[in-house]
Ligand binder design. Structure first.
Ligand code: SAM
Length: 292
């Protein structure tokens, strides 16, 4: 077996040829062919020999290899059966990698952690995600509250910007609040299309999500909180009064809603995009106190 890293154009082409592998666009298969990009991801993630790492979508093992070199143990979920034999070959010299042939959206991640990562201090998620399911994957990991320290993922730049966005920007929306309720989100690196094979149509970025021990705010009813957030961005150009009035029209009158907003010092003519997570919390807890 070659000593060269998997993530070089020649080695990747060699591996693809050897196994007659063709890319499935439907599985978001864009492999990284640049070792520097991978090293930057591993550095951003801060992977050390203390860490267990969960990877989603190892492909032919380009990132997995770097994670195996820097981390203690790697557990990687891969949906594509064809890649299992390839990975067995490309990663044969690493004895700290476990490939799980499962769809990450259906997998019981906690069970896999209990089984394979019970001897590590801290767990990180590091991945070059399949772009067609970026948001469902991240929301699943966050909402299931899996015990990880942080998540470092390559995703579409546009989605990374929305996840890390601050109020009063055009990227800020319900996705920003959902992600920032659970994490501190930062866009760390912008990655050019040229480091992928085949090249994707969109720009990419590395997003770092540090999981919070507790949400930054105290929300009485999370479901109501997220319903209010969703409703406030339902029509971006409309005021809070209009968006919330419409969402809750079966329950409360617009006048009632406006007066409650006034009570907590929020002008009902503001738009959702100007509200902080704390202000959304105040609205949610105020509405909660009015439910009979
Ligand atoms: N990690 C490799 C790299 O960086 O070169 C490959 C990344 S590629 C963008 C995404 C990988 O996710 C592919 O290997 C694909 O088969 C896999 N994948 C797609 N959908 C998946 C799912 N639902 N569960 C697990 N893996 C999935």
């Amino acid at each position: 077996m070659s000593d060269k890293a998997i993530a070089t154009p020649t080695r990747t082409t060699e591996i693809l040829k050897k196994y007659g592998f063709f890319f499935k666009k439907s599985l978001g298969q864009n492999f990284i062919i640049d070792v520097n990009t991978l090293k930057n991801i591993v550095t951003t993630a801060g992977v050390t020999k203390e860490n267990g790492v969960i990877e989603i979508g190892p492909g032919i093992g380009a990132l997995t290899e770097q994670l195996a070199i820097h981390g203690k143990k790697v557990v990687a979920f891969e949906i594509d059966q064809r890649l299992l034999t390839v990975l067995e070959d490309t990663l044969s010299k690493y004895d700290n990698v476990e490939i799980i042939h499962q769809d990450i959206l259906k997998a019981n991640v906690q069970e896999v952690i209990d089984q394979h990562l019970n001897d590590v201090e801290e767990i990180k998620v590091v991945a070059n995600l399949p772009y067609y399911i970026t948001t469902p994957i991240l929301m699943k990991l966050l909402m299931n509250k899996i015990p990880v320290q942080d998540i470092t993922v390559m995703i579409q730049k546009e989605v990374a910007d929305r996840m890390a966005a601050k109020p009063n920007t055009k990227e800020y929306g319900s996705l920003s609040i959902a992600v920032q309720y659970y994490t501190e989100a930062t866009v760390e690196l912008i990655v050019p299309k040229t480091v992928f094979m085949p090249q994707p149509n969109v720009d990419s970025a590395v997003l770092h999500l540090k999981l919070r021990k507790e949400p930054p705010v105290y929300v009485e009813d999370e479901e109501l909180f997220f319903a209010i957030v969703q409703a406030s961005f339902a029509q971006r150009r409309k005021t809070l009064s209009n968006n919330l009035g419409r969402q809750f029209k079966e329950k409360w009158s617009k006048d009632q809603i406006n007066s409650w907003l006034e009570e907590i010092n929020i002008d009902s003519r503001r738009r959702g995009e100007s509200l902080s997570i704390e202000e959304f919390t105040n609205i949610a807890n105020m509405f909660y106190s009015k439910i009979e």
